[in-house]
Structures are given as structure tokens and as C-alpha cells.
Design a protein. Structure first.
Ligand code: SF4
Length: 330
């Protein structure tokens, strides 16, 4: 059996801060196959962004990665590399970052320098990863700007990001991320700052582009409703751990973890009349005061006294490919 396109194994990431050591990602493992979309959902502070940024080694200098952690990528030429084992600044890491694995963010301004035009960004990105002439890079960039739904693409190519509306900037960022035809796109809350109509258009666009280009995608969101629209599989994260994962339909229609059930009850539904939304009680604990045992025990209404705070639950398969870490399923 061929290895998955991406395999994140036993990923642990801690940060050294003035206040102490913080565990942001705690023994996380997942795999991504070609063309597949994996959703990662959780509140802020769940570790979802840190875990995925590690895939392109976008971590701050105070980050410590666990010794047994590995991020294995099957490269375009079929070779497997552990991204964590590559020297920072190595040419192989540069080829992977932005070439084979690209990332888009909630705030597109973070991706564009205000001193360079959209076109300059795209041409530079393409020429960094492929031997193409400037004319060819320009042609491909304008073609992609058109494909992502930007009217007057040749004109926009010469503009700066601050001259575009929020939705247009988001489309331009997607075009820039995809100009190198990556095998994996990491989308970190790309629709969170957009209004609902534009959000739906961007999700539709990402689905179409993914199919056309055959790329895999990791889609991060705090909103399970958005994940349901785009990802076939989902991993639910809480305080740095994956607490439930499986096919999105199964996780949404038959959630087995109390935290996932809480997330679902907090989603507004048009067909639910006057039904009250039930937010998850309490706040996510400070990472400096990480709870013992199950990380969710301080907020869980189904806590088993004497057990949940004492021992971290092991992952258990409760249905095909549906895995839960909760003592209720021991
Ligand atoms: Fe709740 Fe215990 Fe399950 Fe954690 S292990 S989610 S505290 S029941």
C-alpha cells in the first residue's frame, strides 16, 4: 500500500514563554490522502493552527517539537521526507513551502506586502518554484486570477492588495497560493472574516479548484457548520489534542465526544424555530494551567468522577474510521 500524501505522527509542540512552558499540540496524529479534504475544528487555543503551521515549519523560534514527532510528506517525485528533519532555510524546505504545500489565511493582508503588486507576488512565487520566463509566469498568473473569479484580471494583476475589496483580496490570495499547483493547500479560517454570501462563494470556489487541480486540503475552522460543507473527514481538537475524528457525516450526526456534542449544540439552525443555542459551559483553560487527565474534564457535564481527571483517555474506534478519546467509550 502506498503511503499517504501527508502523515503527521505523534506531533507535540511546546512553547517556551516568560510565564512557563505551554503545550500547544499534544501527541496529534492524522493522515491526508491525495485529493482528500480534512477539516480540523476547535475553539481558539485548541492547537489547530499551530499543528498545521508545523507542516510548513511556520513556527516561532520559541517552539519545541517533540522528539518522536514526524511529518512525512510524499513529494511529487515519490520520495518521502520528514519535514521536521529538514534544516530550516534548506532548499528542500523552500521547495516544499509554497511549492508543494501552500497556505491561505483568514486575513489576506498578511500574505501581501503593501509595497508590491498582486502580480509581482504571483510571478515571484512561480519563478521561485519553477523555471519559467516572466512572460509565461505573468500569463499563468492572470489566467489564475481570472479562474478565481476576479474581473479585469490583467488590471488587478497590476494593483496592490489594499486596492481590492475583502472578497477580492481573498480570491487573490487563493490565486497566489495555487499558482504553483501545490499538492496540499492548508486553509486557515479563510472565510471567517467574510459575510455569509461571500463565504459561500469562496467555499464553492475552493471545492472547484480542489477538484480541478486534484490537490488535497486541510481546512481549519472553529465552525463545524463550515467544515460540514467542505470536508469529508474531520478531526475535532481541544486543548492541543484530537478528541474525535472520522467521516464528517458520522461525527456530525453521531457525535460521541461530549465536546463535539457541545460544538454541534452551539450551531444555529434555521429549521430549529425558537430552539435556544446551548454554548459550551466555562472557558477553555489557560494553557499554563492545563488540566490533568482528560483535558475537557473541567467543562464536561458527563465527567466520570475519579477517572476523567486522573487519566488521559486512549483513542478508541467506535465505528469504522470513527475514533474517540473519552472514558465513556472505554
Ligand atoms: Fe468528559 Fe470524561 Fe469523556 Fe473527558 S473523558 S470528555 S471528562 S466523560
Amino acid at each position: 500500500m502506498s503511503p499517504p500524501l501527508l502523515e503527521v505522527r505523534d506531533l507535540t509542540i511546546e512553547f517556551m514563554t516568560d510565564e512557563g512552558r505551554i503545550t500547544a499540540v499534544d501527541h496529534v496524529s492524522f493522515a491526508l490522502e491525495r485529493g482528500q479534504t480534512l477539516g480540523i475544528v476547535g475553539e481558539s487555543g485548541s492547537g489547530k493552527s499551530v499543528a498545521t503551521r508545523a507542516v510548513i515549519r511556520l513556527l516561532t523560534d520559541n517552539a519545541l517539537v517533540g522528539e518522536r514527532s514526524a511529518i512525512n510528506l510524499t513529494r511529487r517525485d515519490g520520495r518521502q521526507v520528514d519535514i521536521l528533519g529538514l534544516a530550516s532555510g534548506s532548499s528542500e524546505l523552500r521547495q516544499i513551502r509554497g511549492g508543494e504545500v501552500s497556505m491561505i489565511f483568514q486575513e489576506p493582508m498578511a500574505s501581501f506586502s503593501p509595497l508590491r503588486t498582486i502580480g509581482t507576488h504571483m510571478v515571484e512565487a512561480l519563478q521561485l518554484h519553477e523555471r519559467v520566463s516572466k512572460a509565461e509566469a505573468t500569463r499563468r498568473s492572470i489566467e489564475l486570477l481570472e479562474r478565481v473569479g476576479i474581473a479585469d484580471a490583467a488590471g488587478r494583476f497590476r494593483q496592490y492588495s489594499f486596492e481590492l475589496s475583502g472578497g477580492m483580496r481573498q480570491r487573490a490570495m487563493i490565486a497566489m497560493a495555487l499558482v504553483t499547483r501545490p499538492s496540499i493547500l492548508i486553509a486557515d479560517e479563510p472565510t471567517t472574516a467574510l459575510d455569509v454570501t461571500i463565504q459561500a462563494q469562496i467555499l464553492q470556489l475552493l471545492r472547484e479548484l480542489q477538484e480541478e487541480m486534484g490537490m488535497a486540503m486541510i481546512f481549519i475552522s472553529h465552525d463545524l457548520g463550515v467544515i460540514a460543507q467542505i470536508a469529508r473527514n474531520v478531526a475535532v481538537m481541544y486543548l492541543g489534542r484530537v478528541v474525535e475524528e472520522g467521516p464528517t457525516r458520522d461525527v456530525i450526526f453521531e457525535p460521541r465526544h461530549p465536546y463535539t456534542r457541545g460544538l454541534i449544540q452551539a450551531i444555529p439552525r434555521l429549521d430549529a424555530g425558537q430552539r435556544r443555542l446551548t454554548p459550551i459551559g466555562g472557558d477553555i483553560p489557560s494553557p499554563l494551567a492545563r488540566p490533568s487527565g482528560c483535558p475537557f474534564h473541567t467543562r464536561c457535564g458527563e465527567r466520570l468522577e475519579g477517572r476523567c481527571e486522573a487519566r488521559v483517555p486512549d483513542p478508541r474506534e467506535v465505528a469504522p474510521s470513527h475514533v474517540v478519546s473519552c472514558h465513556l467509550h472505554d
